[in-house]
Design a protein around this ligand. Structure first.
Ligand SMILES: CCCCCCCCCC(=O)SCCNC(=O)CCNC(=O)[C@H](O)C(C)(C)COP(=O)(O)OP(=O)(O)OC[C@H]1O[C@@H](n2cnc3c(N)ncnc32)[C@H](O)[C@@H]1OP(=O)(O)O
Length: 217
C-alpha cells in the first residue's frame, strides 16, 4: 500500500468512528507493513464497535456472514507459527497488532512508568454505558505487562492481578491511563495502574509479575 492510500484508509477509519486513536506507527516511524497492519486492526475494531451498536436486518446479516466466512477461508491457509505472527506481537504498535483489548496510546513510557490514553468502544460495553468488568483487568494486564516486560527485563508473567472498580468506566470516551513500577524483589515485580475519566478515578489495579526462569513457558 502506498503512503497516500494508507493515509486515505486511516482517514476513512477516523471519519467513520469519530474519536479513534491515531496510528502509533506514524508517531514512531514504523514501516509500511506495520502501518498497513495497524490500519487493519483499527478497521476490525471499528467493525466490532459498529456491530455491537447496530440492529441489522436479516439480509445484511446473511451478507456479512458470507463476507466474513470468505475472509476466514482466505486467511486459513496463511496460518503461521505463533512466533511468526503479527497479531498481538507488535509492541511498537499502539494496538500491539490486536483487537482483543482496546488500543492504548502511550504518550510516555520509561523504565518504571507509562502513561497515555485508552478508548473503549461499544464492543467493550457491559451495560448502561459502562465498560464490561472483564475488559478492564484485560486492559490493565496489557499495560502492566508491557511495562513489566519493558527496558530489556526478562519476560514476565502475571501471577496475580487485583482490580478495584471505583466508578463506572464509560464507553466511548478517551480516558487517561497510567502505570508504574512499585517494587522489585528478585524475580518479583509489583506494578500498579489507574484509569481516569478527567478527574474521576474509574478503576485501579495492582499486579504481581514474576520473571520466567529459562525454559519456563
Ligand atoms: C512484550 C509483551 C507485552 C505483553 C502484554 C500482555 C502481558 C500479559 C501477561 C500475562 O497475562 S501472562 C498470562 C497470565 N499469567 C499466567 O498464565 C501465569 C501462570 N502462572 C505461572 O506461570 C507461575 O505461577 C508463575 C510464573 C507466575 C510463578 O511460578 P514459578 O514457579 O516461576 O515461581 P514460584 O511459584 O516459585 O513463585 C515465585 C515467587 O512469586 C510468588 N508468587 C507466585 N505467585 C504468586 C501469587 N499469585 N501471589 C503472591 N505471590 C506469588 C511466590 O510466593 C514466590 O515468592 P518468593 O520468591 O518470595 O518465595
Amino acid at each position: 500500500m502506498t503512503a497516500e492510500r494508507a493515509e486515505a484508509s486511516v482517514a476513512k477509519v477516523l471519519s467513520d468512528t469519530g474519536e479513534r486513536p491515531w496510528r502509533s506507527s506514524d508517531l514512531h516511524g514504523g514501516d509500511e507493513y506495520s502501518a498497513t497492519y495497524e490500519d487493519l486492526t483499527h478497521a476490525l475494531g471499528d467493525f466490532l464497535d459498529r456491530l455491537a451498536e447496530a440492529r441489522p436486518d436479516t439480509e445484511l446479516i446473511e451478507s456479512m456472514t458470507e463476507s466474513l466466512a470468505g475472509w476466514a477461508r482466505e486467511l486459513g491457509p496463511l496460518a503461521v507459527r505463533e512466533r511468526d505472527r503479527v497479531f498481538g506481537r507488535r509492541t511498537d504498535l499502539a494496538s500491539r497488532g490486536q483487537t482483543m483489548s482496546p488500543t492504548i496510546e502511550l504518550a510516555e513510557i520509561s523504565d518504571d512508568s507509562a502513561s497515555g490514553t485508552v478508548y473503549f468502544g461499544s464492543y467493550f460495553l457491559g451495560g448502561n454505558g459502562a465498560v464490561h468488568g472483564g475488559a478492564i483487568p484485560l486492559m490493565f494486564d496489557e499495560i502492566l505487562g508491557r511495562l513489566a516486560n519493558a527496558s530489556g527485563r526478562p519476560p514476565q508473567r502475571t501471577a496475580y492481578l487485583h482490580t478495584d472498580y471505583r466508578s463506572i468506566t464509560p464507553v466511548g470516551r478517551t480516558l487517561g491511563v497510567r502505570a508504574w513500577l512499585c517494587s522489585e524483589d528478585g524475580r518479583k515485580r509489583i506494578l500498579r495502574a489507574t484509569i481516569h475519566d478527567g478527574e474521576t478515578l474509574c478503576a485501579e489495579a495492582e499486579g504481581l509479575f514474576v520473571a520466567l526462569k529459562p525454559g519456563q513457558p
